[in-house]
Design a protein around this ligand. Structure first.
Ligand code: ZN
Ligand code: ZN
Length: 418
């Protein structure tokens, strides 16, 4: 806490120990829903800090509770999972881990979204709070959720009676590391993270010899035309004042040059901030896919299968104001920005929605500030600074970790420390 409060000043985190934890987690990532090793490590650490720890909540989720007198209950959230990405950072603690994906394939695994950093920051913040009982009063409810990347882990913990078993929080707090300069935090009130819908689309042609296209219906051409036409959903059908993203993330058809295959498969990812834009984008996609199939003379209608879905994450305005005031007091005005809404998606909103309480979820800069300044001066931030999910994404450990711990403690104390 800053000056002007009557409470004791919280203890400082052991950043060297947290950095060691971070490197250890980074080198050993696990896929969504399979975070067994990570969960066990978290449970051991958090229990060691004096929290009452429960494992296996909603799958591999871990809950830690620390009661410290009367007062509000603050839910602090981190996510445990890595991604099926082959790490190319070249770091000494880079991952060489593999896992088995839902289709049964062995895939490389990397903490390409920085969830290892979220875990390390939360363990650090829990340590500070546990060692500073005179600085606050109330209950800390630490939630380490599985399977954020599939949009299922938060809801799985809620469905496993999270709030009935561990108490209902007054606010849900958390953070996500992003490619902003380290040392900075970003908060945005209102819709802050986009809704996501992803779908698998199968388009059917008719297989034939590559030398005799007139005897078949080519799904490669059908899919290629579809991919190009889908680019018009955002550019021609969504108002310039609205925001949406339509990405065709995969396209598979055929296996040999002289065989016209029988079908093609696309996966499409859609981001939106309002129900109207979401509906318009999804309807536009379906219309275009059906029309391109018809234009190719397909004899069978395309098939649409919904995959992951995340609701829009809405940050409570009053909670953001309270958090921002505390962060500005602690980190200084220049380190706290409003980045506007981001097109990433997050399932942390499921906790606040289920508990009927405000959510405040902020962004944590993780890029070396000098490197960021160079890219910004050259007008090349988008090209030169790797983003989350990139095989090159590698947050700089400090000052990212220290700022993340400070931000969690500071915002938690904005509820607990008064
Ligand atoms: Zn991610
Ligand atoms: Zn993430």
């Amino acid at each position: 806490m800053g000056e002007g409060t009557t409470r004791a000043v919280p203890d400082e985190p052991d950043l060297a120990e947290l950095a060691a934890l971070y490197r250890e987690l980074h080198a050993n990532p696990e896929l969504s829903g399979a975070e067994h090793r990570t969960a066990a490590e978290v449970a051991r650490r958090v229990a060691g800090l004096g929290y009452r720890v429960t494992t296996g909540v909603g799958g591999t989720g871990v809950v830690g509770v620390l009661r410290n007198g009367p007062g509000p209950t603050v839910l602090l959230r981190a996510d445990l999972d890595g991604l099926p990405v082959r790490e190319e950072t070249g770091l000494p603690y880079a991952s060489t881990a593999t896992g088995v994906d839902p289709d049964g394939r062995e895939v490389p695994v990397m903490h390409a979204c920085g969830h290892d950093l979220h875990v390390s920051c939360l363990v650090g913040a829990l340590g500070v709070l546990a060692r500073s009982p005179d600085a606050w009063s109330g209950t800390v409810l630490a939630v380490f959720q599985p399977a954020e990347e599939t949009g299922t882990g938060a809801q799985a913990m809620v469905d496993d009676s999270l709030f009935e078993r561990f108490g209902r929080p007054d606010v849900v707090l958390g953070q996500h590391v992003v490619p902003y300069p380290a040392g900075m935090v970003g908060l945005h009130a209102g819709p802050a993270f986009a809704a996501t819908d992803s779908l698998r689309i199968r388009m059917f042609g008719k297989g034939a010899h590559g030398s005799r296209p007139e005897t078949g219906i080519d799904p490669v051409v059908m899919a290629a035309a579809t991919v190009l036409r889908l680019q018009t959903v955002v550019s021609r059908e969504i108002a310039a004042t609205e925001t949406a993203v339509v990405t065709v993330g995969s396209l598979h058809a055929g296996s040999k040059d002289n065989v016209i295959p029988a079908e093609a498969e696309l996966t499409v990812n859609v981001r939106s901030y309002t129900p109207a834009v979401r509906a318009a984008a999804l309807a536009g996609i379906e219309r275009i896919v059906r029309a391109e199939a018809a234009a190719s003379g397909a004899t069978r209608e395309p098939e649409f299968t919904p995959l992951d879905s995340f609701p829009v994450l809405v940050n409570d305005r009053a909670a953001v104001d309270r958090a921002r005031a505390a962060l500005v007091a602690r980190l200084g005005e220049r380190s706290v920005v409003d980045p506007g809404p981001v097109t990433g998606s997050e399932d942390v909103g499921a906790f606040g929605a289920a508990a009927g309480v405000p959510t405040c979820y902020w962004l944590l800069g993780g890029t070396d500030p000098a490197e960021y300044a160079r890219a910004e001066a050259a007008g090349r931030v988008a090209q030169d600074i790797p983003s989350n999910h990139s095989p090159h994404y590698a947050p700089v450990i400090e000052p990212t970790l220290g700022t993340g711990v400070t931000a969690l403690v500071t915002v938690a104390l904005a509820w607990l420390g008064t």
